[in-house]
Design a protein around this ligand. Structure first.
Ligand code: GDP
Ligand code: MG
Length: 137
């Protein structure tokens, strides 16, 4: 089942110089392809669309501020079961609960600054690809 997913390397990953490290983990998975890749600083409107499901939660405003605090790397990754696969590679939301070997488990400590976003379902991937790469996928 070939899929596409949206990945964001969050501002903490970019600031800490972990772009190459994280992308190389994605590249090592057999048969997955990076079909778009761009460094960009996200505006409030994009973040509001992207994280709309969390609006009203206590962590929402600090999350949006953090996500706008510096450039992110936005990627589209394509391949066999890539949605589930990237969620597994990233690890659970809380980096302390994430297993060593996962990206969040290896590099993260605090929940907000957990290095990476990856779409959580086919519906989310479709929605998020339209936000970040309109008209391209
Ligand atoms: P994800 O799909 O694993 O990224 O997690 P969610 O969609 O639930 O949340 C989106 C992002 O909000 C997470 O990746 C974290 O950066 C942040 N976040 C989620 N839950 C919390 C929380 O309880 N506290 C804080 N500070 N941040 C959170
Ligand atoms: Mg999510």
């Amino acid at each position: 089942m070939t899929q596409r997913t949206l990945v964001l390397l969050k501002p903490d990953a970019v600031r800490r110089g972990l772009i190459g490290e994280i992308i190389s983990r994605i590249e090592r998975k057999a048969g997955w392809t990076i079909s778009a890749l761009e460094l960009r600083t996200l505006d409030q409107d994009t973040l509001e669309q992207h994280y709309g499901e969390h609006k009203g939660k206590p962590f929402y405003e600090p999350l949006v501020d953090f996500m706008a605090s510096g450039p992110v790397v936005a990627l589209v990754v394509e391949g066999e079961r890539v949605i589930e696969g990237l969620r597994a590679l990233a690890g659970p939301t809380d980096p302390i609960a994430a297993a060593p070997g996962s990206i969040r488990g290896d590099y993260g400590v605090i929940v907000r600054e957990n290095l990476i976003h990856a779409s959580d379902s086919e519906e989310s991937a479709e929605r998020e690809l339209k936000i970040f790469f309109p008209g391209r996928f």
